[in-house]
Write a protein that binds this ligand. Structure first.
Ligand code: ASP
Length: 235
């Protein structure tokens, strides 16, 4: 699942449930730039990718030993807890092993914002389950008037909380700063619903927010002087 949004035009593109596109974010970009649609899924999205000349790979290309092992572990733990999959019954092991989204939020020198998100989705998802990552407004949102946001976390809650757009809306309609808006959504609204995760975001002035309510979130920022800051755990 992947999505991208251009904060200047509010144009957006997304793909869900594709299995053989080498770089799904490139396909999301193609959907945005070269189709009249926003979200394409499954076989049709793959056909569109072929037409646009994107690189196609065998799904085995995406295999890694580490992720395979974590899938086996999650399956085992879920079997033990089967029939009891409420927020309270997911132990922290299952939750922490399930996330692995890559997101990006950027501001260019002309004041244009953009955000992109790409993921394999939550580990052990079934039934063509689609998370927040390809949902514009939930997993990704960008608007030059406010901010650019990319989300990671328990997608069902991020869809229901319309997380990325909510942060933008709190800035636009309530006058909150990016940091205040991000904290409101990630530390209050989402936990209150029983969900967890985080966001990375940048506003139209270049202020950055990287808010999460999980134990850690792999993250980094780079400013216009190319100064890099990296974090995993505490803020
Ligand atoms: N948000 C993603 C999903 O629900 C998971 C993640 O962030 O890793 O599919």
């Amino acid at each position: 699942d992947a999505s991208i949004m251009d904060g200047k035009t509010l144009n957006a593109g997304a793909v869900a449930g594709v299995t053989n596109i080498k770089n799904p974010i490139n396909l999301a970009y193609e959907v945005m730039e070269n189709s009249e649609h926003v979200l394409l899924a499954g076989k049709g999205a793959e056909e569109f990718a072929t037409q646009r000349g994107l690189e196609i790979v065998d799904p085995s290309y995406f295999y890694t030993e580490n992720r395979f092992k974590s899938l086996q572990k999650v399956k085992e733990r879920e079997r033990e807890k089967s029939g009891n999959k409420t927020a309270a019954n997911y132990d922290s092991f299952i939750k922490d092993s399930k996330f692995g989204t890559v997101g990006c939020a950027a501001l260019d020198k002309n004041g244009n914002l953009a955000a992109g998100t790409s993921t394999g989705g939550m580990t052990n998802k079934r039934w063509n389950r689609i998370g927040d990552s390809p949902i514009i407004g939930a997993g990704t949102y960008a608007n030059n008037a406010t901010c650019a946001v990319s989300s990671t976390g328990w997608g069902e809650f991020f869809i229901r909380g319309v997380v990325a757009y909510d942060i933008s809306a709190l800035m636009e309609y309530k006058g909150l700063s990016l940091q205040e808006a991000a904290a409101e959504v990630i530390q209050k609204k989402i936990p209150k619903m029983g969900g967890d995760g985080g966001i990375i975001a940048i506003d139209h002035e270049g202020n950055v927010a990287m808010e999460f309510n999980t134990a850690g979130m792999y993250r980094a920022t780079m400013n216009k002087k190319a100064e890099l800051q990296i974090g995993i755990y505490e803020k």
